[in-house]
Structure formats: C-alpha cells, structure tokens
Ligand binder design. Structure first.
Ligand code: FAD
Ligand code: SF4
Length: 556
C-alpha cells in the first residue's frame, strides 16, 4: 500500500491526485485506496460539521427557510465562492435568453453538493445514449447503456440506493442486479395520487433513492422527518461525505480549503502537476501519475479554462474548443392545485413518487421528454401565506391553513435539454474571486426543443388536474434550474468535437480524467447524479488499468 508523501514546503506526491471531494471524486478515491494506491484529494471548501449545519438551519430567518435557502446553512470558505441567492452574489454571471433559468445551487465543501441534494437516484434509459441515432437530435454517447449498466449497479451499492424490485415499477427495467435495498415505502399521498392517475394512461412509480430503508454501511434507517433538503440530521440519506470518510479511514488524504488553479503539462501533453492556493495565498504543487478533475459541471470547465498554459493556450483538454460548451440542466416548472380528497403530504422523504410516462417516445425527435415529481414537502408555509392573504384570523385562519396544507399538491416538472455549443461557460473579464481567479460566466438559451416540451407537458398536467377536480389549478410559466449541471467537457468518439472519451479520459491528455456531469452528452429527463457516479466508477476501472500499465512500464 503506497502512501501520500508531503514535503516540508507542503508540496505533495501521490499515485492519484483528485481535485474535488464531491461524490464523483470520493468514489474514485475510495476505489483507488481499496486497490492500494496512494490518493490525495484537493478540495477548495471547508469541512462541515453535520450537527452545526442542522443548528444553522434551525436558526435561519423564516424567509430563508421558507424560500428554500439550501446553501446558507453550510459555512463557505471565503476563498471558494459558491453561488448564493439569499441575498444573491454575482459569482456566476448569467446571460442569454434564459440566463435566469440557469441559477444553479452547488456547494464547495468537503463532500460537495450532495450534502443538500434530494437523493433521487435514477438511471438513464438505454435510448438516452442514442439520441442522434434514434431521434435525430442531440448527440450519441460513445458508450451504451449496457457498457454503463455494471457501474450503475456498483454506484447503487456504494451509495446505498433503495428502489422497487418489481420490474413494472422500474424505469428502466433493464437491470442485472436488484436494488441493494427495497423501496422507501409510499405515504398516503403517493398511493392516492397513483390510484387516481395510473388508470388514465399515466405511470406513477417509486423514485429510487439513496436513503437507507435498513441500516446501511453505518447509516441509520430513514425516519421520515422530511428535512432531507437542506440536510438529513441523522445521515440516513447518502452524502458524498460518507464516501470521503470511508476513503480517509483507509488512508486517503484530504486537503481542505485548497483551491486548484494551475495544471502543468509535459512535451507529450501528459499532466505533470496541479497547483493549489492555501488560505494564505501560498501556492503548492501536487505531483502524481494519474489526475482526476471532479469539480462538478461548472467548476471543472472553469478550472480547465483557468489553467490554460503555453502548450494548451485555449485551456487544458480544449484542443476541440468544446470545454465550457454544451452546458445543460433540466429546466423545470411547477404545477400546483388543491384536491378534493386529503393528500396528507409532508411525512417521509422529500420526494418518493414520480410520473415517468412522458420519459421517452418517438415525440423526442420533435420536443423534450418530461417527468413529473410529486413533491412530498410539507405544504404549511405556502398554505399559511395564502390563508393570511385571504385576510382570515383566529379559528378560520387555522382551519384554512389546515385545509390547504392537507389538500395541496405541488408537482415539479423537469424537461430535457439538448447539448448546444452556444450554451457556453467562459471566464469573466471583470469579476474575480478572493484569490484573483476569474469567475464563471454562462450564456444560456433553453431552446425550442424544451419550449415545445413545456407545452406538451402542460397539456398532460391539465388532464391530471381534471382527474382530481382540481381547485386553484396553476402552471408556472418561468423555467427554473434543477441543479443537475451537465455538459462543459462533453464526451464523444471524435476528438475534434468532444473533450473526453467513453471512460471520461481527456482526448488531449493521456493521464487526465474528467468524470461526472460535465462529460455527459445527453441529459435524459431524470436527476443525473447516479449516472455521474457510474461514470466515476467506470473511470476508476480505467485509471486502475492505466496505473498497472505505468507500473509494468516502470519494471520493464
Ligand atoms: C438542492 C439540490 C438538490 C439536488 N437533488 C438531486 C437529486 O435528488 N438527485 C440527483 O441526481 N442530483 C441532485 N442534485 C445534484 C447533485 O447534488 C450533483 O449532481 C452532485 O453533487 C454532483 O457531484 P460532483 O461530485 O460532480 O460535484 P460536487 O458535489 O459539486 O463536488 C465538487 C467539489 O469540487 C470542489 N472544487 C470545485 N472547484 C475546485 C477547485 N478549483 N479546487 C479544488 N476543489 C474544487 C468543490 O468545492 C466541491 O466540493 C441536487 C443538487 C442540489 C443543489
Ligand atoms: S426523511 Fe428525514 S431521515 Fe429520511 S432522509 Fe430525509 S431527512 Fe433523513
């Protein structure tokens, strides 16, 4: 087992250097350590204390809590800025027809953004890998669903995913192994919703979730207290920190508050070092044999552009000029109404059932697929606001709050973007972070494919409203971000128009790996972290092989 070596000036040396400690970086670190390699993770953000973050949430002003300020409870390093919205900072500059639909939330902390995710763990469909061949839109992946399937299984195992084992309730049902844990049981609202809609051509199924339905790898069983976003107080929901801690317990080293900003390359364009800045602004260097950049869909392309050097003047891994292009997220909107029968939402995890009927079909050659999540979030704040607006007081106010909280439905609809090279991340000429590094700018247009998908989804929502004899039926018109950041280092078989190959290895640099959302050529319509995790594990196997070849080369 080899170990990380630190020099007296703080420089470091390891077999595998990983930048970013989110789920993607952590899974690779853990596997590399299992195989006996020395692993250094360099992480820009702070370490988080779960109990303190829960306290911070409890003590936040009501307007932040009711408005969904999921970032504010996590202490931020002043040297690793993340986007904030309560109040907003200008770290990510947004422009273009739909810049405001790309307001992403992500954390820069040890463990990354899954500290406050919803833990929905979907797989892409087999056809999502062949968008161009099947529907004539978007891009094909250089790998197939079958290539990634074993890694989906591995990711589900490592993240502890609970899902339905009845193939009728799965999407997709092409699986080589059952879910590690049985599905999170549905509450009354999930069951009632499915009963009403499923006989009418809709398909409400359980959401596979990285939540324990029995004790799992040190995580307790989910107790259903509905606080998943912004933090699970008891750690029943998987967070990247679980895997970071597993890797650390085996000897991986994590440097927190260390911002990587520079990447060295040799005459063969292999990576020879990455450099980071500490909180005093001092620069240090890490040298290794294989390098992984796992900083998420925005920070990975930003770092590659920031690190442009003499041999790679457009940025690292960017001979194709595709770094920063094809930015994607599932644009979303909401449908709300009151039902005649009580729904009793708000007990159990934040989301447990979803309509996936419109996930795929021939229509995808024309417009975007969609999926409708039944939010299981406590409706009391919205109900109280509305009841107060009605001017009620005393018992009448209380009764109206109860009625609205019990009968309220909030569906969260996601749409599928296509990769468009004009949806582009560049470096700001004017805004810099505290280390003086350029902030990201993103130009975004959701495109007509998504706009037409909105119209088609709205039609289906109106049918659903009728099935419930809905009162106060409303569909929101503006599109919101869903924090599933993709594109930016797109995968492909042609190095002239893509950044990585099917293992997420940079075409330009033999020993550089860019796994995660940035590499994904199609977004599907489902949350994509499980796909990012599967890609990370596929990269990990390819990195192992590269390390073995390095070792054989050294002994030959
Ligand atoms: C509110 C919310 C809910 C979500 N719910 C879901 C869900 O239900 N299902 C789902 O699939 N997805 C969900 N997501 C998305 C999910 O959280 C992300 O897809 C996932 O965290 C990405 O993992 P990652 O490891 O690629 O990046 P991250 O988790 O963002 O980690 C990247 C790490 O890299 C570090 N880093 C960045 N730049 C540097 C640098 N220059 N030097 C050193 N370190 C650096 C960052 O500090 C960060 O810790 C949600 C996201 C949000 C915000
Ligand atoms: S419902 Fe409660 S225990 Fe279960 S994952 Fe969410 S916050 Fe954790």
């Amino acid at each position: 087992m080899s170990e990380v070596k630190f020099a007296s000036n703080g420089d470091a040396q390891a077999d595998v250097i990983i930048v970013g400690s989110g789920v993607v970086g952590a899974l690779i670190a853990n596997q590399m350590r299992d195989e006996g390699h020395s692993v250094l993770i360099i992480e820009a953000g702070l370490r988080i204390n779960r109990a303190q973050a829960v306290e911070n949430w409890r003590n936040m002003p009501l307007r932040n809590r009711a408005g969904g300020d999921f970032q504010g409870l996590y202490p931020q390093s002043e040297y690793a800025t993340a986007p904030l919205y309560f109040p907003a900072n200008d770290y990510v500059g947004l422009s273009g027809p739909n810049g405001s639909s790309f307001k992403q939330g992500y954390l820069r902390t040890v463990g990354g953004t899954t500290w406050h995710w919803a833990a929905s763990c979907w797989r892409h469909l087999p056809e999502d890998f062949r968008m161009k061949s099947l529907y004539g839109v978007g891009r094909d992946w250089p790998i197939s669903y079958e290539d990634l399937e074993p890694y989906y299984c591995k990711a589900e195992e490592q993240m502890g995913v609970a899902g339905p084992n009845d193939p009728e309730m799965q999407s997709p049902s092409q699986r080589s192994r059952p879910y590690p844990m049985d599905m999170v049981p549905w509450g009354h609202g999930d069951r009632y919703f499915a009963e009403v809609v499923n006989d009418h051509g809709f398909k409400s199924i359980p959401i596979p979730q990285a939540r324990s339905t029995r004790p799992w790898n040190g995580r307790p069983e989910c107790c259903g207290n509905n606080n998943c976003q912004p933090i699970c107080p008891i750690g029943a929901m998987y967070n990247g920190i679980h895997t970071v801690e597993a890797a650390e317990s085996k000897g991986a080293k994590v440097l927190a508050e260390s911002v990587v900003y520079k990447i060295d390359t040799d005459s063969n364009n292999r990576i020879t070092a990455v450099h980071w800045l500490d909180t005093d602004g001092a620069s240090h260097k890490a040298t290794g044999r294989q390098y992984v950049i796992a900083c998420n869909g925005i920070e990975t392309p930003r770092l590659l552009l920031l690190a442009a050097n003499e041999r790679n003047p457009r940025g690292i891994a960017n001979s194709s000029d595709q770094v920063g292009r094809n930015m994607m997220d599932h644009s979303g909107f909401h449908c709300t109404f009151l039902t005649k029968e009580p729904m009793w939402l708000g007990r159990g995890p934040a989301q447990s059932s979803c309509l996936v009927g419109p996930r795929s079909g021939e229509f995808r050659s024309d417009y975007s697929a969609s999926k409708f999540i039944l939010n299981n979030i406590n409706e009391v704040p919205g109900a109280a606001t509305k009841a107060l607006q009605l001017g009620l007081a005393g018992r009448e106010l209380e009764a109206e709050i109860r009625r609205r909280a019990i009968h309220g439905v909030d569906l969260s609809i996601s749409l599928e973007p296509l990769p468009d090279p004009n949806n582009r991340l560049t470096l700001s000429d004017t805004r810099k972070d505290k280390h003086g590094l350029a902030c990201p700018d993103i130009h975004y247009d959701v495109g007509d494919y998504v706009r037409k998908g909105y119209d088609a989804a709205s039609e289906q929502l109106r049918q659903i409203g009728q099935l419930f004899n809905a009162e106060e039926f409303n569909i929101t018109t503006s599109l919101n971000a869903n924090n599933h950041i993709m594109g930016g280092c797109i995968m492909g078989s042609d190095p002239s128009d893509s950044v990585t190959d099917g293992d997420c290895r940079a075409h330009d640099h033999d020993n550089l790996w860019l796994p995660g959302g940035a590499a994904m050529p199609s977004a599907s319509v489902v949350n994509t972290t499980l796909s990012m995790a599967a890609l990370a594990l596929k990269s990990a196997d390819a990195i192992s092989q590269a390390l073995s070849r390095d070792a054989q080369g050294a002994t030959a």
